[in-house]
Design a protein. Structure first.
Length: 216
């Protein structure tokens, strides 16, 4: 494995809304999650967003401002940890509840996603770990450039959505446009995400054949 690089706030990086990943920095390890369009009930998402908005406003941050993430990172570290641990944990717990049709529990559909992720591994990007869950995907990867990172995420989602929809005779959006992403900030955090990915099927009480886990 090539030497891993972690987020450097003093180096160039980009923050982009409504396109995965939101935070991008060339060569930096990134933990990314996509979810299927039906993976979270509307009322669950709305409650989560309302609670997050209220928490941010309590800290004097406008959650609708373009720079709310930058303002969040100006808070005391204990508050930042409180925010990420509470809201990301709730988000991922809801995903692990396996809402929706969970079409990726079908081994053939999960293989389409896994094969797509591995297709250009060590060429256009480098994967270290991923898991294909019944209604979402987690992965750890690094990319050669910011643009490569953005383009590849769009490519994975577009290709797999088309193939899986064709296989299950469905139409319309397969993946949610938005998702969760996090630039890895330390070796300890990187190991935490690797363990999270490996443990995710057990946490969701999945049987063998209901998920695909890969680790380099």
């Amino acid at each position: 494995m090539n030497e891993l690089h972690f987020f450097d706030r003093h180096a160039d990086y980009s923050v982009i809304e409504r396109r995965l990943p939101h935070w991008t920095q060339a060569g930096t390890a990134c933990f990314i999650t996509w979810r299927t369009d039906d993976s979270l009930p509307k009322e669950v998402v709305e409650r989560w967003r309302l609670d997050r908005f209220q928490w941010l406003r309590k800290q004097g941050i406008n959650p609708r401002a373009a720079d709310w993430r930058a303002k969040l990172r100006e808070l005391d570290l204990s508050l930042q940890h409180q925010f990420f641990e509470h809201f990301s944990a709730r988000w991922h717990d809801e995903l692990d509840a396996c809402h929706g049709a969970c079409v990726l529990k079908d081994a053939a559909n999960a293989k389409i996603v896994a094969d797509s992720l591995l297709y250009a591994h060590e060429d256009l990007y480098e994967l270290t770990d991923f898991v294909v869950m019944p209604n979402h995907v987690h992965l750890l990867a690094t990319f050669h450039s910011e643009e490569a990172m953005l383009d590849q995420c769009e490519s994975w989602k577009h290709f797999t959505a088309r193939r899986i929809n064709r296989r299950i005779a469905a139409t319309g959006r397969f993946w949610q446009q938005d998702g969760f992403d996090h630039l890895v900030r330390s070796e300890e955090q990187f190991e935490h995400f690797r363990m999270y990915i490996a443990d995710n099927p057990g946490k969701a009480r999945l049987a063998g054949g209901e998920y695909v886990h890969w680790s380099k």
